[in-house]
Design a protein around this ligand. Structure first.
Ligand code: 4AD
Ligand code: MG
Length: 476
């Protein structure tokens, strides 16, 4: 019978005979293969009877090669593992030239591994990160499924700009070099594939709202695209977003949902991905040791996750946050780079970091933002100047969630769209929701990669998605 490494390492009985397939991580002293098949962070030691094995075959057991091993599982004589496989036969399924194989059995820098993204999951770090990514995404579907949400698929190609930020990738089937033109000399999109201008979606929210207003509780979990030219460790041009949307739920309910949801998925990985988390925690501890004492993190990875799971998020209004920031001295220079002069200014990431990392030292839900720095669809408060928006900020990450109660009043929404020059004809279907059976409803968007960053302790968003898309980079 064929087993996975994970199955074999958790066996407390000896098994014989058995079969296993995987990739060689190292081959030591012509005798000891460390074999990995992706099922666990751990390798299984396979002991080759080299005296009775053909020398030509031994030479082909190299780092990176794929092998099919037959043997017996026995208690290990050596230190470092409880069980090992005594190999009775070995077949090389795929050779790997040791002089050319990029993933050598030593530490590689993340920059190098990004250039070899097709092979980087052969390393312990990246296999752990991607198992965690998979586990988190399963936990997300599980949470919504158990809480009465329907999973809906929102379109990837859309005619609308959900965020109104104009950061969209155009989708066009026109001949780019020789497009049809209108009388005025503009590109004539009426002759394009869809008969109009279209783009890759920046958010599934508007379509999710339509389903919330009939199915009650829905969520999308799909790819979203932003053509913002920000080359940072937290931005991707293609990222995955989780967007729940719920009818009859107000902003307070939205905060409760987001907090409960995040705690639930993080506790899922604490329970189910312990070995990977412990491995990543140790990796981070080693990295911390190279930093000056003052810059070292106070908490380990697992403690950070536990802290989020076990403690309430702090809920603070934008106005309160501004007061705190105005009266704070963030560093030795006692100044922020951008000084908030007045109420109404948007917060910069240094302000967000100060609030979560220095002032509150926990995740913070900021709410009731000034209307003019937020998107058109957010519910205007009775004060006429703030909207029922919420951003959830996480230590070490910054903005993890953006959400709001939606404007459900047709006249107020129309007025807002007019002020922002958003064409009513483009969003006629969105306005219909406010004409026929409108009601209070809310939702949020969580950037999946930022959640994976938090759960794995990885510092760069390019290292938590298989093939990152960033400005000037769409390799693979
Ligand atoms: O705050 P954002 O732009 O909100 C929306 O798109 C809403 N329509 C969501 C909703 O209410 N349904 O994006 C939501 C989250 C951010 O908080 C951040 O975590 C993530 O998406 N995000 C990005 N992640 C990676 N790269 C980028 N370029 C991102 N832009 C936003
Ligand atoms: Mg946002």
């Amino acid at each position: 019978m064929t087993y996975s490494v994970s199955q074999l390492l958790t066996q407390d009985i000896t098994l014989q005979p058995l079969e296993i397939k995987g990739w060689v991580r190292t081959f030591r002293a012509n005798r000891f293969i460390a074999l990995n098949d992706g099922s666990t962070i751990n390798n299984i030691q396979c002991v080759v009877d080299f005296e009775n094995t053909d020398e030509a075959l031994l030479k082909r057991i190299t780092t990176g090669s794929a092998v099919h091993i037959k043997g017996n599982l026995v208690k290990s004589q050596g230190k470092g593992q409880n069980v090992e496989i005594q190999v009775t036969s070995i077949e090389i399924l795929g050779d790997s030239d040791p002089d050319e194989y990029p993933i050598q059995p030593r530490k590689h820098g993340f920059e190098f591994l990004r250039k070899n993204a097709h092979l980087r999951t052969r390393t312990s770090t990246f296999s752990a990160v991607m198992r965690l990514r998979s586990s988190l995404s399963f936990a997300i579907h599980k949470y919504f499924n158990e809480n009465g949400f329907y999973y809906m698929h929102t379109p990837i190609v859309t005619g609308s700009d959900a965020e109104g930020a104009g950061e969209m990738f155009k989708v066009s089937a026109l001949d780019a070099k020789n497009p049809p033109l209108t009388k005025d000399g503009d590109i004539d999109y009426s002759q394009d594939f869809f008969g109009k201008e279209t783009n890759l979606t920046v958010s599934g929210q508007l379509e999710a709202e339509t389903y919330a207003m009939s199915l009650g509780k829905v969520y999308t979990f799909g790819p979203t695209f932003r053509a913002e030219n920000s080359n940072t460790s937290r931005h991707l041009a293609e990222f995955w977003m989780i967007e729940p949307e719920v009818a009859f739920m107000d902003l307070a309910g939205n905060m409760d949902l987001a907090e409960n949801f995040m705690k639930s998925v993080l506790s899922y990985v604490l329970e189910h991905n312990r070995e990977d988390l412990e491995f990543l925690e140790k990796r981070l501890l080693d990295e911390e040791k190279t930093k000056p004492q003052a810059e070292r993190s106070e908490m380990s990875l697992i403690d950070k996750i536990k802290f989020v799971v076990d403690n309430n998020f702090k809920r603070v209004s934008y106005t309160e946050a501004i007061d705190i920031l105005k009266n704070s001295k963030p560093n030795k220079k006692k100044k922020f780079k951008y000084i908030i002069e007045e109420w109404g200014a948007d917060l910069q990431s240094e302000h967000e970091r100060f609030l979560v990392e220095k002032h509150f030292k926990c995740p913070v839900i900021l709410f009731d933002y000034p209307a003019n720095i937020k998107a058109f669809y957010m519910r205007l408060n009775e004060d006429g100047k703030t909207v029922r928006a919420m951003d959830i900020l996480f230590p070490g990450i910054g903005e993890m969630v953006g959400g709001s109660q939606r404007e459900e009043r047709l006249d107020v929404l129309k007025e807002k769209m007019k002020a922002l020059d958003i064409d009513e004809k483009e969003l006629w279907w969105y306005l219909d929701l406010r004409k026929y059976g409108t009601a209070v409803h809310s939702g949020f968007g969580l950037g999946f990669e930022r959640l994976v960053m938090f759960a794995t302790g990885m510092g760069n968003i390019r290292d938590v998605i298989p093939y990152p898309r960033t400005p000037q980079n769409a390799e693979f």
